[in-house]
Design a protein around this ligand. Structure first.
Ligand code: 5GP
Ligand code: ZN
Length: 143
């Protein structure tokens, strides 16, 4: 599956260049051209899926299996203290490129990258209600 208008399909197909880090049948990883930190990596499936929920489980597994090694390699190569794995789904979640991608973002104390993390509290009973609704969805879907 390929989308002829998709920049990451073009990268995966070798039609436009990237700074490649690894590649196999299912996935390709390369450096982000607009890095949030030096060594900011993108890991993508070779096939075109817009959001992570569209990926079949075996494709997801074949892509995500690269995360541990990429995380170790980036940490060693750039000497960062930690890293974030970030994956945006939909424009509301800051997805700009409509082809699934996992960001590996090197982090150091005092760096400029910030999350607004407005953690809330559940009113009594709400957490169980939500869990039940999600379990029901999981049970009715083909996983
Ligand atoms: P999003 O906001 O969709 O999660 O992130 C898209 C990312 O793709 C951005 O960090 C952006 O810098 C990166 N990007 C967009 N176009 C290209 C490109 O042509 N080459 C590379 N290497 N990265 C790209
Ligand atoms: Zn694509």
């Amino acid at each position: 599956m390929k989308d002829s208008d998709c920049i990451f399909c073009k990268i995966a197909g070798g039609d436009i260049p990237c700074t490649k880090l690894l590649e196999d049948d299912a996935a390709i990883a390369f450096l982000d051209i607009g890095p949030l930190a030096e060594g900011h990596v993108l890991l993508i499936p070779k096939h075109h899926y817009v959001t992570v929920d569209q990926m079949p489980p075996d494709v997801a597994a074949a892509v995500l299996k690269h995360l541990p090694a990429l995380g170790r390699a980036v940490q060693s190569a750039v000497g960062c203290e930690g890293f974030n794995i970030l994956q945006n789904n939909g424009p509301v979640a800051h997805q700009v490129v409509g082809h699934v991608h996992f960001h590996i973002i090197p982090r150091n104390s005092g760096d400029e990258f910030r999350f607004n993390w407005p953690a809330g509290l559940y009113p009594k009973g709400r957490i169980e209600q939500l869990a039940e609704a999600i379990r029901k969805e999981l049970a009715t879907r083909n996983l």
